[in-house]
Design a protein around this ligand. Structure first.
Ligand code: NAD
Length: 249
């Protein structure tokens, strides 16, 4: 038997990066996977991997999220992965940038959890896994003002759900990665490159801040997600799982 046999898993932002590898790992571990992403073009890759139920879904669209959640099976595993990295200090963040980051990084989790939780409780429980970051209340990183604020909020939200529904069989944990190879990281490296004298220099800076001397991989995050999703972690709830190559040491 496989580790997630008989379980239903739902993943947002599954089109690329960490979400993609986690959705794939859930499938390989035996789960029935519902995978969605805002970008419809990215769904082809999921289908090619063998994920049957793929959907174009923008998690900031409340009506679309509600309609989507109505049609899916009640998940045993809810992986809230969608998130955006805003670059800059408090002085670079206007109200629109603040609202956008909180809507996507935090409120989207409220949308899925509030809609699915009653059904998960009814079904006897489940595992909620929220994507936070080491850059949050755990570790300060330069130019991550609203990003850190949102990811700290994710940790609070995760722990609140954990304590309120612990008697109903719901577990709720946050994953807090360091720097992980992903398509959007390439974009952040290019962005930083503009101010530090080139992409190579910027890449070295991202790598050097990792004490292990390398970036993490989405597969490494997926191993943790499968563990948190499975019954192997049944005694674990309300935690912030730091997986950062020693960045926060
Ligand atoms: P990524 O940023 O490369 O890809 C994100 C995916 O989310 C894309 O497929 C995109 O189409 C989708 N998406 C964007 N907006 C969406 C929306 N409104 N609705 C639905 N989908 C949407 O992936 P990543 O870097 O692996 O990041 C995934 C998550 O992990 C994010 O929450 C991010 O903050 C978090 N994280 C990443 C790192 C890292 O170093 N890569 C570190 C810590 C935390």
């Amino acid at each position: 038997t496989k580790r997630l046999d008989g379980k239903v898993a739902l993943c947002t932002a599954a089109g690329q990066g960490i979400g993609r590898k986690v959705a794939e790992a859930f499938l390989q571990a035996g789960a029935k996977v519902y995978a969605s992403d805002r970008d419809a073009a990215k769904l082809d890759g999921l289908k090619a991997f063998g994920i049957v139920d793929t959907a174009a879904l923008d998690v900031t669209d409340s009506d679309a999220v509600a309609a989507y959640l109505k049609r899916v099976d009640t998940p045993d595993i809810l992986f809230n992965c969608a998130g955006f990295v805003h670059h800059g200090t408090v002085l670079d963040c206007d109200e629109d940038a603040w609202d956008f980051s909180f809507d996507l990084n935090v409120k989207a989790m409220h949308r899925t959890i509030s809609a699915l939780l009653p059904r998960m409780v009814e079904a006897g429980g489940g595992s909620i896994i929220n994507m936070a970051s080491a850059a949050s209340s755990i570790k300060a990183a330069p130019n991550r003002y609203v990003y850190m604020a949102t990811k700290a909020a994710v940790i609070g939200l995760t722990r609140s759900v954990a304590i309120d529904f612990i008697k109903s069989g719901i577990r709720s944990n946050a994953i807090c990665p360091g720097t992980i190879e992903s398509p959007s990281l390439e974009g952040r490296i290019e962005e930083l490159g503009k101010s530090v004298g080139g992409t190579e220099k910027a890449k070295t800076m991202f790598i050097e801040r990792q004490p292990m001397g390398r970036l993490g991989t989405p597969e490494e995050i997926a191993h943790l997600a499968v563990y948190l999703a499975s019954d192997e972690s049944r005694f674990t709830t309300g935690t912030t799982q730091v997986i950062d190559g020693g960045w926060s040491l």
